[in-house]
Design a protein around this ligand. Structure first.
Ligand SMILES: [Zn+2]
Length: 361
């Protein structure tokens, strides 16, 4: 009884009066009845924003698409499609940096040396040589922008890491509880408050400034950053998770709410596919071995260069072969859609390609 009381606390919503169960780690809480968002002490969070989500049907269609692309055609049934709104703090910053360092350079000097020519006479000639020099350098730069800080310390959602690394928080809009409610979504409360998010952002901005300064000189001696932070914006962003059943087994898949793309999904490997991987892998290994062998032989007779090239090709083949054969001994893979940065809502600029996650082979 005592333990239970410690694990969950009850907070009374100042807006609708409902009792909300919270955990002791929750520092910012969203009322699941009216959507009011407040600190654990009851103080309201200003400027609560959200990243809008696509409809459930669109998410489901995308997951179907993902399964089809990964050759899971028949008999897969998608279950438990659920949206969770995960909290972020967006911390606006501006910074001024002054740095001191040393720049390496060389100067060319000349000297006269004596030598004997082919007839044995002593002659002199002028030769150039270079000497390293170090000159002090200092400079300033200003940098401003926004740091996105995840407001969770323990996040156990499948695919969350991929979601966090590909999320694009430009298209946020005012928080609308009705929109969230229609998805029957769950709110995740923040375990990181505004102050802690600012501290986190401060450290990151300082580190980034330091590495920018370090890239401007050969050796960085001192770097002073003055960082100014504004009060952060609290944002909830939707991650959809689902399960699907295929040949009697259950697999996980998750999709980003804004783009609807699958950020991570388990893909079972059928026996046929695993055998195919094994055969391809072994074939590549044999071919790589033959190339390396031919290169080795020709290198002994002809030149060194051919031998190096053949060695490199051989090693590349070995690598590919290893990837194929190791896949043959695995039961499932993890894959994702190509995730592109969505276009900005009021953008004039063309949408740029985001870093697309590679499928985890
Ligand atoms: Zn409420």
């Amino acid at each position: 009884m005592a333990v239970e009381a410690e694990q969950s606390l009850v907070l009374k919503c100042p807006t609708c009066g409902a009792s909300i169960a919270i955990s002791p780690e929750d520092l910012v809480i969203t009322c699941s009845f009216c959507g009011e968002t407040m600190e654990a002490g009851g103080k309201k969070i200003p400027d609560h924003k959200m990243l809008p989500s696509q409809e459930r049907s669109a998410i489901q269609a995308n997951i179907q698409d993902f399964l089809r692309k990964n050759k899971i055609k028949e008999g897969a049934s998608i279950e438990e499609v659920k949206a969770s709104y995960i909290p972020w703090w967006l911390v606006p910053f501006s910074s001024q940096t002054h740095y001191y360092g040393v720049q390496n350079g060389t100067v060319t000097r000349q000297k006269t040396e004596t030598y004997r020519d082919s007839e044995g006479k002593t002659r002199t000639r002028t030769v150039s040589y270079s000497v390293p020099v170090y000159k002090p350098e200092e400079g300033d730069f200003a940098r401003s922008g926004r740091e996105n800080v995840i407001a969770r310390k323990h996040t156990v959602f499948y695919g969350f890491d991929k979601f966090a690394s590909t999320i694009f928080l430009e298209n946020i809009e005012a928080f609308d509880f009705q929109k969230v409610k229609q998805h029957d979504a769950e709110f995740i409360n923040a375990e990181v408050d505004a102050h802690e998010a600012q501290q986190d952002a401060y450290g990151r901005v300082e580190n980034q400034n330091r590495s920018i300064a370090a890239s401007k000189v050969s050796k960085l001696v001192r770097c002073d950053s003055k960082v100014t932070l504004q009060y952060p914006t609290y944002v909830h962003a939707p991650l959809w998770t689902a399960r699907y059943k295929f040949q009697g087994k259950v697999y996980k898949v998750s999709a980003a709410g804004d783009s609807g793309k699958v950020v991570k999904g388990e893909v079972p490997l059928t026996l046929g596919r695993r055998l195919l991987n094994l055969i391809i892998g072994l074939s590549i290994m044999v071919v790589g071995g033959i190339i390396a062998q031919i290169g080795f032989q020709s290198g002994q007779v002809v030149d060194q260069e051919g031998w190096y090239i053949a060695m490199i090709i051989g090693l590349v083949f070995m690598g590919i072969s290893f990837m194929c054969t190791s896949t043959a001994f695995r039961m499932q893979l993890e894959k994702s859609d190509r995730i592109k940065k969505p276009p900005k809502k009021k953008a004039q600029a063309a949408p740029a390609e985001a870093t697309a996650p590679q499928p985890e082979a």
